[in-house]
Ligand binder design. Structure first.
Ligand code: LLP
Length: 415
């Protein structure tokens, strides 16, 4: 479904006008569609029907409680990378026993909290981490459920900053080292081996790398089984790409068909960690044009959102579609969309053909993933409000931050 579409010449989120949201709640403002979040989750879950599986939403993509709540109500699991994300999952009503904990640098405190919460699995990324976890679990008379995150050394063919499964990457345990580490783990009294895990990268638009990496992983699973070590689940990570511009994403049916081909008849349950695919196109960032500035070489539309609200263009050269909320019939000119932050990298879109006037509202599309979750207070800019639309209602799910809140935890030096 298209949650964001024009109705009578005006952009809507489901049945709510974006202009009305901007009027009422101000800009910049992220707007999410509940129907779109639910639709994405259901289409993935139902594509995998019949195959024992657990969809663990990668919280890092958008950790807003209301978003987690939507997935928790659908019975989803979660993939977390910090104690903070665990606290969010719990606060949103998510089930820690359906939660896997990824990440290369889990602290002792984070491990203790996750053991206490009785999470489904720790995705362990190094020998040192395994030893620490064993010690902490034994100290509290527990056994920590563990998967080893294995690095399959496969090129996901995506942006280098979001490739994680090559052997040069900091992530995971080298493929060749995994069998020996499984043997060590099996002998640790504080460790209960549950599975195996991989995550090769993000915004992947081809099935080939998944096939290659998952096949390698399953080969390892079979070798471990031959040695008497049976695993309960295989976690294939996240990374499924979406369309921002003209990418051709893998159809969910094809992704599911591959997983079906690889997993049908196997004893291990399938675990997935999709982030972007579930949320990216369920959100927009609403922003208002403050000024139009026609320079000698370029035209700048200075808007009230900035790189602190959406860092993807500056960080990855990412392209996000920009749509006027009330499109004008006038002749389009080419504009760079820039924010008020004092950095040349503060741009949201470059060289776009738009007919603009000061005061116009724009929707920056595909801002449901890695937008608010990566936002900052740079330039002492309060973070934007978030609104979730549900049919004909719009709920403020995070109010705009106030400037006072930004320095409430600071203390000047004594006089
Ligand atoms: N599992 C693990 C262990 C991960 O590290 C990630 C993402 C995911 C799952 C979810 O990946 P997804 O399905 O969302 O591709 N900030 C970047 C993306 C960073 C992804 C980091 N890891 C961006 O805005 O493109």
């Amino acid at each position: 479904m298209t949650a964001f579409a024009l109705r009578d010449g005006e952009l809507f989120a489901e049945r709510v006008s974006l202009a009305a949201i901007a009027e009422r709640h101000g800009t910049p403002c992220y707007v999410y569609s509940r129907a779109s979040l639910e639709g994405a989750w259901r289409s993935l879950d139902s594509a995998l029907a019949g195959l024992p599986h657990l969809v663990c939403y990668a919280v890092k993509a958008n950790s807003t409680l209301a978003v987690l709540d939507v997935f928790a109500r659908l019975g989803g699991g979660f993939d977390i990378v910090s104690g903070g994300e665990l606290a969010r999952v719990v606060a949103a009503g998510g089930d820690p026993r359906r939660t896997v904990f990824s990440g290369v640098g889990k602290s002792a405190a984070e491990m203790r909290a996750a053991l206490e919460a009785d999470i489904l699995c720790f995705n362990v990324e190094s020998e040192g981490e395994l030893e620490r976890l064993d010690g902490l679990a034994r100290a509290t008379g527990r056994r920590a459920p563990v998967s080893l995150r294995v690095n399959p050394d496969v090129d996901p063919k995506t942006h280098p900053y979001i490739s994680t499964g090559l052997k040069e990457s900091k992530f995971g345990i080298p493929y060749a080292d995994a069998p020996a580490l499984y043997r060590r783990a099996a002998a640790m009294p504080g460790i209960a081996i549950r599975g195996i895990d991989m995550h090769i990268g993000s915004q992947i638009t081809e099935l080939g790398p998944y096939r290659e990496a998952a096949s390698k992983l399953l080969g390892l699973v079979d070798r471990l089984a031959a040695d008497g070590l049976l695993l309960e689940h295989v976690d294939v990570g996240g990374g499924l790409g979406v369309r921002y511009r003209d990418e051709v994403p893998v159809p969910v049916a094809d992704y599911a068909a591959l997983l079906r081909e690889l997993f049908s008849g196997r004893r291990e349950k399938l675990v997935l960690e999709p982030g972007r695919w579930l949320v990216a196109n369920a959100g927009v960032l609403l922003t208002r044009v403050e000024y139009l500035k026609r320079g000698p070489g370029k035209r700048f539309a200075i808007v009230d959102a900035a790189m602190n609200d959406l860092i993807r263009p500056a960080l990855y050269d990412a392209w996000h579609a920009v749509e006027p909320v009330r499109p004008r019939g006038d002749v389009a000119e080419r504009w760079d969309l820039v924010g008020p932050v004092c950095e040349s990298a503060d741009f949201l879109a470059l060289d776009r053909a738009l007919a603009l006037a000061p005061g116009d509202l724009l929707a920056i599309r595909s801002a449901g993933a890695y937008a608010m979750a990566m936002s900052s207070n740079y330039n002492t800019r309060p973070r934007a409000a978030e609104v979730m639309v549900d049919g004909d209602r719009a709920h403020v799910v995070r109010r705009r931050e106030s400037v006072d809140e930004l320095f409430a935890s600071e203390t000047p030096l004594p006089r």
